[in-house]
Design a binder for this molecule. Sequence first.
Ligand SMILES: *[C@@H]1O[C@H](CO)[C@@H](O)[C@H](O)[C@H]1NC(C)=O
Ligand SMILES: *[C@@H]1O[C@H](CO)[C@@H](O)[C@H](O)[C@H]1NC(C)=O
Ligand SMILES: *[C@@H]1O[C@H](CO)[C@@H](O)[C@H](O)[C@H]1NC(C)=O
Ligand SMILES: *[C@@H]1O[C@H](CO)[C@@H](O)[C@H](O)[C@H]1NC(C)=O
Ligand SMILES: *[C@@H]1O[C@H](CO)[C@@H](O)[C@H](O)[C@H]1NC(C)=O
Ligand SMILES: *[C@@H]1O[C@H](CO)[C@@H](O)[C@H](O)[C@H]1NC(C)=O
Ligand SMILES: *[C@@H]1O[C@H](CO)[C@@H](O)[C@H](O)[C@H]1NC(C)=O
Ligand SMILES: *[C@@H]1O[C@H](CO)[C@@H](O)[C@H](O)[C@H]1NC(C)=O
Ligand SMILES: *[C@@H]1O[C@H](CO)[C@@H](O)[C@H](O)[C@H]1NC(C)=O
Ligand SMILES: *[C@@H]1O[C@H](CO)[C@@H](O)[C@H](O)[C@H]1NC(C)=O
Ligand SMILES: *[C@@H]1O[C@H](CO)[C@@H](O)[C@H](O)[C@H]1NC(C)=O
Length: 684
Amino acid sequence: MPGHGLTPILLCLLPMWRILTPVFSHPQHSRCLLKQRTAVCNNGELTFVPAGLPDNIEELQLNNNLIQTLQDNTLHFPSLKTLSLACNSLKKIESNTFQELKFLESLNLANNNLDAYYQETSQALKTLPRLRVLDLSENYLDEEMVAALLQNLTSLEYLNLSGNLLRRLDETSFGDLWQLKELDLQRNIMFELDGAFKSNHKLQRLNLAFNYLPCLTDFHMTQLVVLNASHNFIEWFISRQDLNDTFQLETLDLTNNKLLFFPFLPSHSHLRHLYLSHNSVKFYEHLVGNDTVLNSTTTVEFYNMKKHMNNVTAELWDDSLHGDISSLEILDLRANQVAYFPQGFIQRMPALSRLQMCTNCLETLNLTSEQLSSSLYELDVSNNRLNQIVADEDTMMAFGNLTYLNLSLNALESLPSGLFSSLPSLRSVDLSYNNIDICLPEEAETSTETMSACVDWTNIVSLRQLYLKGCNLHKIPSSAFAGLSLTHLELSDNPGLIVRGSMQSLSRTLQHLGLGNTHIQDFDFSHFQSLTSLNISRNSLAHLPPSLLNLDLTVLDLRDNKLSTIASGQAQALAPKLHTVFLAGNPFNCCQAEWFTTFKTTKTIHMVGLSDIECEDSLQTTHRLERNAYLCSGEGGESILWYILLILPMCLFFVGVSIIVPLTFKPQMLQKSIKKKCLKPTSY
Ligand SMILES: *[C@@H]1O[C@H](CO)[C@@H](O)[C@H](O)[C@H]1NC(C)=O
Ligand SMILES: *[C@@H]1O[C@H](CO)[C@@H](O)[C@H](O)[C@H]1NC(C)=O
Ligand SMILES: *[C@@H]1O[C@H](CO)[C@@H](O)[C@H](O)[C@H]1NC(C)=O
Ligand SMILES: *[C@@H]1O[C@H](CO)[C@@H](O)[C@H](O)[C@H]1NC(C)=O
Ligand SMILES: *[C@@H]1O[C@H](CO)[C@@H](O)[C@H](O)[C@H]1NC(C)=O
Ligand SMILES: *[C@@H]1O[C@H](CO)[C@@H](O)[C@H](O)[C@H]1NC(C)=O
Ligand SMILES: *[C@@H]1O[C@H](CO)[C@@H](O)[C@H](O)[C@H]1NC(C)=O
Ligand SMILES: *[C@@H]1O[C@H](CO)[C@@H](O)[C@H](O)[C@H]1NC(C)=O
Ligand SMILES: *[C@@H]1O[C@H](CO)[C@@H](O)[C@H](O)[C@H]1NC(C)=O
Ligand SMILES: *[C@@H]1O[C@H](CO)[C@@H](O)[C@H](O)[C@H]1NC(C)=O
Ligand SMILES: *[C@@H]1O[C@H](CO)[C@@H](O)[C@H](O)[C@H]1NC(C)=O
């Protein structure tokens, strides 16, 4: 029998195969990349830890595989410090899996299914005496599972529990994590934190963003440096007022909550960054001592339901209790309801560099009485109801660092004379959507008023960006921008604007020019050699200005004009340079759309709103240009309808001939010619 003959050979091979096993026979090892003492086995379809890896590796990455169980005795790496198993479908870690990893410091188990066998997994974690960094994010864990998993992990310093199913925490949750420095709890469903961080005296960074917390009262974590509680439902933030210790807090993020009051900050702190945007904060100083409005409720008390301990009482309406804001550098109050600042409030922030007040209810701003810090760098009071900005000369001189000033979307009709020219660092001014003109030369010279309804922009040497959209401008004086080195000038939404020679002085420096909705027609762009971005939308232009072609435009907005085509020479000149082009809202001719093909085939162009670009065919029907470009052939610029109308009689003629002729001529030859001449075009 032939089988007998083979057996000795197999037996011979067997010992050799055994020897080679660890190195070659496991196909899965080949998916790993060894780099010094790091083994990278990511993105394979591994279902278990590959065998055959060197024992002395210090880092093992097994992310994005299909490992469901980590079995005992599969990890023999006594020097391993970092193990990463994110994005597997890991359900179970057998309790002795980590037995040999006595030096493991960092373990990433993010995005797995550790909820399934969390008890066994928690046994495994307990065998890691040096674990400092643990990522358990996105594992469907609830508070009970977390408490079990974290038991005895006394060496842990960084813990990530984001994207789990935690609802309420108490002092048992993190009770053993004495060394914890950073804790990420964002994107859970927490609505209660009851003494949860009592044992974590070293905690410095805490992220509670995207939860359902209704309030943070009795805040007393003096060692915390960064607290992020954005995107919750917080109505009250109250720090414990009776503590004399200085809080280490530097960054407090309470954006996107439901605050009605400015937070009750610690009495002593180093708070530098305070983010409060998208709340309903306003100040109530005007109500203090007003008996007709407030009868007796001047305090609000919060009781700790469980133990009646640490009751919190907050004095409402008293705006002097905002806590220590003396180190504040960034105050972000965007999208709130602030109508005024309490007296002395701004003054108490001598280091303030960014005041962001966009979208509030400010009506006047007296820069003199507010005494804004001299290190102010950005002042954004856009989209308020400002009808007055007051500043005396000394005040204006004091803003040596003011660089960004946004006053857009207010109801300003005048400004302190010389406001902008006294700001030596001013780079960017946005005055859009106010009713403020540009001064004529004679107005600028003769004006002695403290308030002026126009601005003299000349010779503000530091200015680079000027936004004057929708300011009701009509005629720009020809010397308006003399002495400026603007790179950005926005004049859009000033219908009927007369620009004339005013912009010649900017031709060397200007990079962006906005002339949308100004009704300009025959502007000569040829001198603007630095221009890279141009907005000439909404101007009823029937042709592309020829002077554009020599520019190196990368962004061009041509929307809502009357363009029927772009001459092929123009398209070819623009295409290699353009990165972004806006074209919707023009009555393009479907049959003169060769430019579209040019743009479409230029891979570097992004045509914004491509599907909104429409064209009309010769029957006045509107098509989406993207879809219908093939209807017309480019060169002739004629509709396919014309071809059909031309070809149809020809076909009919040949068909007629083909019926008549067979009787007299050779039929086969003609059939061939019919096929050639008629049938081809109908293949559309
Ligand atoms: C965990 O800590 C508790 C005390 O907090 C102790 O009794 C227990 O033995 C510890 N378990 C392990 C596995 O170290
Ligand atoms: C925690 O994990 C989430 C999701 O895996 C990640 O987005 C976040 O950056 C991590 N947090 C920290 C502090 O590394
Ligand atoms: C707070 O957390 C949110 C969500 O992760 C993040 O977008 C935001 O930048 C954080 N805030 C700060 C000040 O880091
Ligand atoms: C805080 O300091 C004040 C005055 O220095 C003192 O009267 C008060 O007892 C202190 N409070 C605490 C809780 O130490
Ligand atoms: C009290 O409030 C009423 C109504 O808002 C107002 O008319 C009155 O001037 C206020 N009185 C004081 C002392 O502020
Ligand atoms: C003010 O308080 C008194 C008693 O405390 C009460 O009788 C009265 O109705 C209150 N007035 C208003 C306007 O609430
Ligand atoms: C907190 O308030 C409750 C209810 O008024 C009271 O019984 C309790 O004694 C207060 N606790 C403290 C520590 O003041
Ligand atoms: C602005 O504030 C200054 C200083 O407090 C004051 O003298 C001036 O009258 C105020 N101006 C207006 C218009 O309120
Ligand atoms: C001006 O503002 C910038 C940006 O906030 C800051 O880095 C710089 O220190 C400030 N300079 C002065 C003199 O305050
Ligand atoms: C000024 O504020 C408005 C409204 O908040 C915003 O749309 C605009 O982009 C800002 N201007 C600049 C130059 O940032
Ligand atoms: C160009 O100006 C118009 C009119 O102000 C404006 O609606 C449009 O958004 C601007 N285009 C770009 C790309 O910003």
